[in-house]
Each structure stands twice: as C-alpha cells, then as structure tokens.
Design a protein around this ligand. Structure first.
Ligand SMILES: Cc1cc2nc3c(=O)[nH]c(=O)nc-3n(C[C@H](O)[C@H](O)[C@H](O)COP(=O)(O)O)c2cc1C
Length: 323
C-alpha cells in the first residue's frame, strides 16, 4: 500500500476520531497493528491563531510513526498555511470534507464543503502546493441522499493533486444511521488511479477483509470497530493472509487495558488519564460478566487510587473463569 511517498506495511488504518484518537490511543493501536494512525480533526484556524490546545493535538512520538494529521477548515489559504506549519510534525496530511457536526458545518468546513466542489478544488490545490507530504481527502457520500457527489468531488481533488481518497459512504444527512453504501467505494475505486481507502461499518476483522474483497479498495479505515477491540488490526491482517484468528481471551483484554491506562498516565498524567480511560474501560469490558459492576466501580473512583487494581481484579477474575 503506497500513498504518495508513504509505504504502509498493512492495509488496515486507524480512522481519525474526535475525542478518541489521542496520542495514547494511537500508540496502542499502532502497537496492535494499525499501519497508519491519524490525529482527530485539527482546526486549521486554531493552528493559525497558535491556540495551544489545538497544537497540543499534534503531540506525537517516534513509536507512532508514520502518523497522519487531519485538518479541517474552510479557507484555502488558512488550510495551506496550517499544512505548511504542521508538515514537519507528521507523515501525511488529510483534509476533512466529511464532518457532519453542526458547529463545523456552520463554519463552512467538514461536509459543508461537499456542497462546494470548486472550493474543494481550490483547497486541495493550495494545500498540495504548501506541503511536501502526501495529501489525502476524506469524504462523505454527499450532502444528502439527493446530492450524492463524492465521485465528482474525488475526481476534482485528484486533479488538484490529492494522493489518495478516503470515503465514508453515508451522506451527511444520514449521520451514522442506516448502512454505509459500500458500492460507492467500489465505484470510486473503478474511477480513480490513486489509492482508495474505505471507511464505514467495519466492526469485525472479517468485515475489514470483506470490504476489500467487495469493493477492491486499497485499504480500510477502522473507527468504531476498534473501540475496546485493538486486536481487530492484527486479526484482519491474519484473515487477509489466510491464517486463523481467535477471539481475544481475558488475558489479552487485560494486557491491552493495562497498557492503555499506563500510556494514558505516562502521556497525560493524572487525573486526565482516568477521565479519558473511563470510556475505554467500558469498551474493553463490554459483553463480559460483571462488566456493569466494573464500570460502575470505575465511574465512582474519584482519585487516582485503585484504578489499576480494579483493572487487574476484574480481568484476573475473568481469566480464572475461562480456565
Ligand atoms: C466518535 C467519533 C469521532 C469521529 N471523528 C472524526 C474526525 O475527527 N474526523 C473524521 O474524518 N472522521 C471522524 N469520524 C468518522 C470516522 O473516521 C469514520 O469515518 C466513521 O466512524 C465510519 O467508520 P466506522 O463505521 O468504522 O466507525 C468520527 C467517528 C466517531 C464515531
């Protein structure tokens, strides 16, 4: 899998997720087999204003390389300036043309740009000139069901120098409801000569491989399917190579949950680590007996004490039940 000058060792990529793909999560997913990881969408205007909180989203470390930076904004010049400034920090720039959040749309960014193909062209051209890194665009299917124009927008982006296209084939109006229309990914792949990355409704390792087979896409981006389920990346690679996979046992879940919490503490320190980790522990314990009590216990912990002990106790107990 080659994106511009970037060679990836597997076609399974971690999707950008606001509020989730922070540095600890990206490092964990990288160690779990994601070939490329992304920041959450980063405001080009915030970077331009030198907002410390926005720049903090770019905090990285060598262990997660190569790492992609996703930018959002509506002004070609601002996005180009931001791309130039962040280029030394990452390996790839992705442009967000898909975010359906009302606040983002009101600013003319994200999926609002699906209604303005000419502006998309100007943005991609400006960013292409501003950075030596590979540039990709991440699209939704279109603004709404009556305006499915991702193929047109993708063609414009590629004509202006995009090195790859990522498609989450739901229109903005659909949010996350219903199903992603994978046939649009297949049509995009037929249309373009640059790599196509599919996104949407990949909840298991088998789904990831099925998306590649059904659509011919070059790579698959995994978002919700990786929550509490980091082994999805390695299992997808195994299925693709014709090897057996096994459901993770309690010991594997335990190892990942522990490592995740350690990374959170190492990188963010306490008490932020606990705040961030609550949702992840809920995902790691999903479907496990006693999970509801475990989650309630973690949510009651106010200080730092007892978190690792609670993790160890819960997963050890499950390990014993399995043997
Ligand atoms: C909590 C959450 C945050 C997201 N944030 C972003 C984002 O910052 N940028 C982006 O391009 N897509 C974002 N997405 C969309 C995902 O990258 C992905 O395209 C979408 O979730 C479909 O994939 P899935 O079915 O594997 O979840 C987000 C999705 C979720 C669930």
């Amino acid at each position: 899998m080659i994106l511009g000058n970037l060679h990836l060792n597997s076609p399974f990529i971690l999707a950008p997720m606001a509020g989730i793909t922070d540095l600890p999560y990206r490092r964990l997913m990288k160690s779990a087999g994601a070939s490329l990881v992304f920041t959450e969408m980063v405001s080009a205007n915030g970077l331009d204003r030198h907002a410390a909180k926005t720049w903090e989203l770019l905090r990285s470390c060598p262990e997660e390389e190569p790492f992609g930076i996703q930018l959002f904004g509506s002004e070609a010049e601002v996005l180009a300036r931001a791309a130039a400034e962040v280029s030394p920090c990452g390996a790839l720039i992705d442009l967000n043309f898909g975010c359906p959040a009302p606040k983002v749309i009101r600013s003319g960014a994200g999926s609002a740009l699906m209604r303005d193909p000419q502006r998309v062209g100007r943005i991609v051209a400006a960013v292409r000139r501003a950075t030596p890194l590979p540039v990709t665009v991440k699209l939704r299917a279109g603004w709404d069901a009556a305006a499915i124009n991702c193929l047109e927008i993708a063609a414009i982006a590629c004509a202006e120098g995009a090195d790859g296209v990522i498609l989450h084939p739901r229109p903005r109006s659909q949010g996350f409801s219903g199903r992603a229309d994978w046939s649009l990914i297949r049509r995009l792949k037929e249309l373009l000569s640059v790599p196509v990355i599919g996104s949407g409704d990949v909840f298991t390792a088998a789904d990831a491989v099925r998306m590649m087979k059904e659509t011919g896409c070059d790579a698959v981006m995994i978002a919700r399917g990786g929550l509490g389920n980091p082994w999805i990346f390695q299992n997808a690679a195994r299925i693709l190579a014709g090897q057996q996979t096994a459901a993770p046992d309690a010991a594997t879940r335990h190892r990942f949950a522990r490592r995740h919490y350690q990374l959170q503490v190492e990188i963010f320190g306490l008490p932020l680590a606990l705040k961030q980790m609550r949702k992840h522990l809920a995902w790691y314990s999903r479907g496990m007996r006693g999970g509801a009590e475990f989650r309630a216990h973690i949510n009651r912990l106010e200080g730092i004490d007892g978190v690792m002990e609670a993790i160890d106790r819960f997963f050890d107990e499950h390990g014993k039940q399995e043997t």
